[in-house]
Design a protein around this ligand. Structure first.
Ligand code: DAH
Length: 337
């Protein structure tokens, strides 16, 4: 055993120290070198008594020096690790969490789905049609001649490309459904419609629901009973309806439906203009001319149709006085539903 052997033990230790970068590996290294029982240095010290007496002193001093260096180096490395650890900011796990923000359905979606569910429960199918229509389905086949005011450029959005327009009503879905299906038919068609209109109760885009029933022996009494049942279910109140004679090109006879004012219950208020009644939609018996357009025999079949506004139903249900609130997507408004 000579000084050179001690030097190689020392360099072996420092090499290992360089690689040890966790507390566990440093402690392992400590055990291997300066462990009391089986450490490299304890072994060296144990050999002293067997050395020739003139070598003992110098060897003992060198081993002790090495032991000191190893211990100091290990202590420095361990305290360096601890300093790094305390630099990591502490978390307070007892603080309440931030909570997540849950979205919800838009009031128009909620009301549309309620309307659909009521009609589905009465045996109706839900149909749809294109928002970009041709004049045949939006007007002609609905018995609306070329000189009808609703066909005017003042009322309808015409597209520049081709002979197309944005549908002004969901009624063209009546035509498309009768073109592709045979009676008996019992359907509703909810969807967007577009008109050149803009004030507190009119928006250039709004939502309608069309209804159509075609079968043998369908009468206006079926129509009235259906609408009465529907409005009572939608507003969850024992409301009444009345029909007022009206005109639509595609129904004969046609009627305007009045519903007991859902705000005041019929006693008269601002919303119903003191009449106790609300005008809620048009309806009537399908005009035989419309049946001829779609090839249904008007001698065999009769039918009724109706149209109502989803926006208007939502406004009445939630007491909203401006249709624009429904379309502006202002969170202060939407969060109330
Ligand atoms: N399409 C009509 C409108 O937008 C509403 C309407 C009235 C639909 C009578 C109908 C109906 O199906 O029979 O003003």
């Amino acid at each position: 055993m000579d000084i050179r052997e001690l030097a190689s033990i020392k360099s072996g230790f420092f090499e290992a120290l360089e690689k040890a970068n966790t507390e566990g590996s440093l402690l392992e290294l400590k055990g291997a070198y300066v462990g009391k029982k089986r450490g490299v240095i304890a072994d060296l010290l144990a050999r002293i008594p067997s050395l020739p007496s003139e070598e003992r002193k110098a060897f003992g001093q060198s081993v002790n020096l090495l032991k000191q260096e190893v211990e100091e180096a290990l202590n420095r490395a361990l305290s360096g690790l601890n300093a790094k650890k305390s630099a990591i900011p502490k978390m307070d796990l007892t603080l309440p969490g931030k909570g997540s923000h849950r979205g919800h359905l838009h009031p128009l979606t909620t009301v549309r789905r309620e309307i659909e569910e009521i009609f589905i429960s009465m045996g109706y199918a839900v149909a749809s049609g294109p928002e970009v229509e041709d004049p045949y389905h939006n007007f002609e086949a609905l018995n609306t001649p070329a000189d009808h005011p609703s066909r005017d450029i003042q009322d309808t959005f015409y597209l520049e490309e081709g002979d197309l327009l944005l549908r002004t009503q969901t009624s063209p879905v009546q035509i498309r459904s009768m073109e592709t299906r045979k009676p008996p038919l019992k359907l509703i068609a909810p969807g967007r419609v577009f008109r050149r209109d803009d004030d507190v109760s009119h928006s250039p885009m709004f939502f309608q629901v069309e209804g159509l029933v075609v079968d043998e022996d369908i009468t206006m009494a079926d129509l009235k009973g259906t609408l009465l049942t529907f409005y009572r279910k939608l507003f969850k109140k024992e409301l009444a309806i009345r029909f007022r004679p009206s005109y639509f090109p595609f129904t004969e006879p046609s009627a305007e439906t009045d519903l007991t004012c859902v705000i005041c219950g019929g006693s008269g208020c601002k919303v119903c203009k003191r009449t106790g009644w609300l005008e809620v939609g048009g309806c009537g018996m399908v005009d035989p001319k419309v049946f001829e357009f779609v090839g249904i025999d008007p001698e065999k079949y009769t039918g009724f149709a109706f149209g109502l506004g989803i926006d208007r139903m939502a406004m009445l249900k939630y007491g909203i006085d401006n249709i624009k609130y429904l379309l502006e997507n202002d969170m202060r408004f939407l969060e109330q539903f």
